[in-house]
Ligand binder design. Structure first.
Ligand SMILES: Nc1nc2c(ncn2[C@@H]2O[C@H](COP(=O)(O)OP(=O)(O)OP(=O)(O)O)[C@@H](O)[C@H]2O)c(=O)[nH]1
Ligand SMILES: [Mg+2]
Length: 295
């Protein structure tokens, strides 16, 4: 019978939740200005923020880099600018470089070595493989800029630009010797088996005194053979500590025979020679296959 009796005081029980409910409704339909502003900001800014996180463009720093080195006035800056230009034509004029400069360039993705495993119908083959072409000053006093970058792991390949007239073989050979030594050291101390790539670009082939790349290669090999002996002798005289420190300065595998660029493959450095002229707009076509082979 007790269950049928009305509750002694039902009103407080029913009306207790009402103020809370009302206040919630009131705050939803008439929020304080601070909450309104915060909500509006979040609504507009969060999607924009997510968009930039997800679709962030690849920064230039992530791109593989090809380094241009070589003696002063050999045509490094001209080559870089002509490669980047749509027509492949040389710049009107250049000045002696004093600071490094990089330009973003590209080659058709279809010539990148990794593309040989793709189907011919793969749409990604129509895209372009982007990379940075990085110019360095060739003046003797500024060569430390190039030397500090040559063995960097970020460098995908090194392009040594020389003037095909080869008026001073010794000067060119000395610079090349240092570049080769840095690449050899980097290849032999690296944990990966991937070899270092060097292209010797024999520029200014349009000039009538220009020598063919095969002749330049032979002259440089002969010069480096002599330098290798004299440099190793100098080191032995200065620091003959009997611990074989000269090995670090010896180019290529041990052995007293003549130096050849081919022999550098044994120490993990692959070298190729190519001739061409910025003036005739030839380098884009001649360099692209080699650059593609480095990917
Ligand atoms: N005839 C001819 N001249 C060229 C060629 N390439 C470059 N030159 C000229 O060579 C000169 C030097 O070119 P740069 O590109 O400034 O040489 P660089 O190697 O950058 O020189 P540094 O900045 O001093 O290291 C310029 O007057 C160019 O016009 C070429 O293929 N043929
Ligand atoms: Mg320059």
């Amino acid at each position: 019978m007790d269950s049928t009796l009305p509750s002694p005081n039902p009103t407080p029980l029913m009306s207790a939740p009402m103020p809370l409910y009302d206040s919630m409704l009131a705050s939803i339909f008439a929020p304080p200005p601070a909450v309104l502003i915060a909500t509006l900001l979040a609504t507009f800014l969060v999607p924009i923020f997510i968009h930039f996180i997800v679709f962030r463009p690849r920064s230039a720093i992530d791109l593989p880099t090809f380094l241009l080195v070589g003696p002063a006035a050999s045509g490094k800056t001209s080559l870089m600018i002509s490669f980047e230009s749509e027509t492949g034509q040389p710049p009107a004029e250049t000045r002696t470089s004093q600071t490094p400069l990089s330009l973003e360039c590209s080659v058709p993705a279809s010539i990148a070595s990794a593309s040989k495993y793709r189907s011919v119908n793969d749409p990604s083959l129509k895209a372009h493989q982007r990379f940075l072409l990085s110019d360095t000053p060739g003046h003797g006093k500024l060569r430390h800029i190039a030397h500090s970058s040559v063995s960097s792991p970020a460098i995908r390949g090194v392009i040594f630009v020389l003037d095909s007239s080869l008026t001073d073989v010794r000067e060119v050979a000395e610079y090349l010797y240092d570049v080769l030594l840095a690449l050899q050291y980097s290849a032999t101390s690296s944990t990966t088996t991937q070899s270092k790539k060097l292209l010797v670009a024999c520029n200014k082939s349009d000039v009538f005194t220009a020598l063919p790349p095969s002749k330049i290669q032979k002259l440089l090999e002969d010069e480096i053979t002599q330098m290798r002996v004299s440099r190793s002798k100098g080191i032995l005289d200065v620091e003959d500590d009997g611990e074989g420190n000269d090995e670090k300065e010896w180019l290529g595998e041990g052995g007293e025979g003549p130096f050849t660029f081919q022999s550098m493959e044994e120490v993990g450095v692959e070298i190729e020679f190519k001739g061409g002229s910025v003036e005739n707009g030839e380098w884009r076509d001649r360099l692209s296959p080699w650059i593609g082979s480095c990917f």
